[in-house]
Structures are given as structure tokens and as C-alpha cells.
Ligand binder design. Sequence first.
Ligand code: BDR
Ligand code: CA
Length: 314
Amino acid sequence: PIPLYLDCDTGVDDAVAIAYLLGSPSINLVGIGTVSGNTSAAQAARNTLDLLALAGRDDIPVAVGAHDHLTSAFGGGAAHVHGDNGIGGAVLPHADREPDARSAVELLIELSHRYAGRLHVLTIGPMTNIALALAADPTLPSRVAGVTSMGGAALVPGNIRPAAEANIFNDPEAAEALLSADWDVTLVPLDVTMEHTLAEADRDRLAAAPAPLAAAVGAMLDHYLDFYVPIYGTRTSALHDPLAAVLATGAITPDRAPRVPVRVDTTDGPGRGQTIADLRGQRIATRDHEGVRTRVVLEVAAPVAEHLMGVLLG
Ligand code: BDR
Ligand code: CA
């Protein structure tokens, strides 16, 4: 299995992604770092520890990462989407352990040495920890086999701002650092994550599942589904972080993912946090730009929700 470091802001859809990763045979979750985003980095760590305890996986280190972003203070989170505690108000049994003594940056760098050349990094929150790790150790990319990141909006509107997706908007400078480092990045933007969804019936099946982790994820989704009613017209969950997790494991491969330069707007204007992917001239054919190591996922045809549910329900 691929050794995988996860960086997250747990988060309802982060929780779904974690549950999926725990059930995926093709990866080995070797460490988790948290960052402020949906909720604070500390609360995200608490949620993550509690989820891992439900799955009997207290062996996976969880390290608290950046509370504030590179150029701004943490803004308080997204309680209207993810509930006050980040996991839709769900109350999980309190895990019998505390976060790792290392910071998320220290954990990531250490894992990159232990699994040099094989470690995969998956980010499903703001990219602050990764930017800090790159600054602390510029040789990090040489030991990382690949990065998969949920974030951005290439050809579709943003969510948190007209042109910006939340993970990028919350730390545009960090996203720019991740995207300009010398490693292979798969960017999984709203273009595809809004196209793959869970329905109310899926939530009900999870909530009724005998496995405590699946049931907990089902309970969390209740609040999250409400947020999407004005967007989809029904109680439906976008699969932002779960889709990135599915692609990171290789269980499903994208149908269209050109390697093109992606820049992030780091100005203070209305475009702050926008991802600008150079997709000029790609109307009828998909073309990779020579030497570019970032691919932007624009199409995933496989039934992601079906695959995800299969893994979640075991
Ligand atoms: C992303 O922002 C967060 O709210 C979600 O967990 C996801 O990572 C979607 O824009
Ligand atoms: Ca997230």
C-alpha cells in the first residue's frame, strides 16, 4: 500500500474522506496533520482523534498544525456548513489520547524521510502546513512521490467567494507555494467535486450501518445536507474531500486531467484565492504543457459515490 500523509481541517466531508481512507486497501494512512479551516486546527485534531478511535485506529499519529494562515489569522471557521464542532454537531465518544507532541510540519517532514520516494501527500484543507514544511525544508519535494489536493475552481464559480474555493481562499499564499513546488500535484477542484454527490438515501444507509464509524459519518451528514439544499435543490452532499481521497488511492482515475500551469491570485482584490489554470485552446482536445507537473482534474466519469459507499459500508 502507498504510505499516505493526510492534511485536513475535519470537517464533515473531511470525516467522510478519513473513513474512506481507513477502509481503502491500497493506502496506508501513516500520519494526519490538521489545519484551521472548517474549524480550528485544535478542534479538527479532536474530531480526527475521535473518528480514529471509533475505527480502532489509535495507532495513527494526529498532529496539530497551523492555527493561523500565512498572512491572516484564522477567521473562525464554517459553522454554517460544518456545524459548531466541525462535524455537524455529532457527538463522538472522546478518544482516549491527545494529539501527537510533534507539529504537523514536523510529522510531515519526518514521514518524508521514513518513506522517502514513496510518501503521498493528500491535502483536503487549506495548504498552510505544506507551505510551512516547504519553507522549513526545501528538499521535501524530492522525497514525496506525489501530492493530491482538493481545492480551486478552474472553469466554474467558487464557493466561499465568487471566484474562489474555500481551501485556496483561506490561504492563497500557501496554495501558491504548494502549486509552485517541484513535485507532481493532482489538483481536484470544484469542477469535479460538485459533480459527485451522496443522496439522502446514502446518508440513511450510513446512519443505520452497524459499523460505528459509518454510522457516525451518517449522523454528521445530516447537518451538511441542509447546507446544499439551495444549491442542488435537494438534500445532497457534494463529495469534495472524498473525491480527492478516492483519486489519491488510485481506485478511480480521472478521465480528463491536463497538466497545465495553475497560479493563485494572492492580491487583495475580488479575485483573491482564485485558481487561474491555463486551459486556453483546450476546447476540443486535452493537451499537457511540457514540463508542467500539476494536473487539474476536469472530469471523472466513474461512479464515485457508489465506490465510496461500498468502502464506507465495508
Ligand atoms: C472544501 O472546503 C471545506 O469546507 C471542505 O471540507 C472542502 O475541503 C470545499 O471547498
Ligand atoms: Ca476539508
